[in-house]
Design a protein around this ligand. Structure first.
Ligand code: GDP
Length: 287
């Protein structure tokens, strides 16, 4: 995802979403199961206003199942319909459709009560780049590749994808910008690969990741890299990982950039384990 978000892009993205909102009964907000709050668009409430909303936590296959369960409780307590999915799991896709049908039915029932004719429920998908919008659209539509518009401002022909007899999805997802202000949010998004690596230096991200793993997932860290939770010396930690995993320069010295790339690759692919970077308890402490 190579988009730089300048104010002009943000304004344009917002206008596009606002235009499409008029066409739908409700919105499907995609968040990353590993960091649901960090992966929100900061202005979604203002943009969506009083439209109904459901949340899909994407990439649950990479997230800590216990933490994902806690997030689903969190949304339930706030009366926000939510489901966690792995896009490659068919049953998960059925759950998305089920929840969307429930939400859409409510809206159509209201129309019918006012004497209007029933019609299919219509929804659009919204989310920040890389959260899984095109993947979800493809899976729901049962097709290989979506026409994606990664850059705001690209106008494409609009299409309704018929998901079920009475449920249609807007072909084009709404692409919104991520949060920029908060540094910890930036580190979380960089760790899971949602924002460009160049924004924060790789080694910085990995220092953040290692400290986080030491605090929350010490066993996984020890198992994969032989690094204990109480080891403070970052140089020593990088060297240990580099030697254990063979991230070395030609002279045999540990290559710190290679170590960083390796740790991030491991984290993002789930090779360290199923890890969530944010849980509802952290949040209530921050609130
Ligand atoms: P978009 O920018 O929001 O449209 O995001 P994409 O649909 O292009 O997805 C970004 C990346 O996340 C791609 O590499 C997808 O394969 C991956 N992805 C999407 N959904 C899932 C999921 O549920 N699990 C995993 N492991 N990866 C996913």
């Amino acid at each position: 995802m190579q988009v730089q978000w300048f104010p002009g892009h943000m304004a344009k993205a917002r206008r596009e979403v606002e235009g499409n909102l008029k066409l739908v009964d409700f919105v499907i907000e995609l968040l990353d199961a590993r960091a649901p709050l960090s992966s929100e668009n900061p202005m979604l409430h203002q943009i969506v206003q009083n439209k109904d909303k459901m949340v899909v936590l994407m990439k649950r296959d990479l997230a800590d199942p216990n933490v994902t369960a806690a997030w689903l409780t969190y949304y339930k307590e706030r009366n926000i319909p939510a489901v966690a999915v792995d896009a490659s799991n068919r049953d998960d896709m059925k759950q998305v459709v089920q929840l969307a049908k429930q939400l859409g039915k409510k809206k159509i029932d209201q129309l019918v009560a006012k004497g209007m004719k029933a019609r299919p429920h219509r929804a659009m998908i919204l989310g920040i780049p890389n959260v899984g919008k095109s993947t979800l659209i493809n899976r729901l539509a049962n097709r290989k590749a979506a026409k994606t518009g990664d850059r705001p401002g690209i106008t494409k022909q609009q299409l309704w994808i018929k998901i079920k007899k009475d449920f249609e999805l807007l072909d084009t997802p709404g692409i919104l910008w991520p949060k920029f202000e908060d540094q910890v949010v930036g580190y979380r998004l960089a760790s899971i690969g949602t924002i460009k690596d160049q924004v924060i230096s790789l080694q910085d991200i990995v220092v953040f990741v290692i400290k986080f793993l030491q605090r929350k997932y010490p066993d996984l860290l020890l198992e994969r890299y032989g690094v204990e939770a109480d080891l403070d010396d970052m140089v020593e930690i990088f060297e240990r990982i580099g030697k254990k995993r063979g991230a070395l320069e030609s002279g045999g010295e540990v290559d710190f950039d290679k170590v960083s790339e390796l740790v991030l690759r491991d984290l993002r692919s789930g090779r360290i384990g199923r890890i969530s970077l944010e849980d509802p308890d952290d949040v209530s402490m921050e609130e």
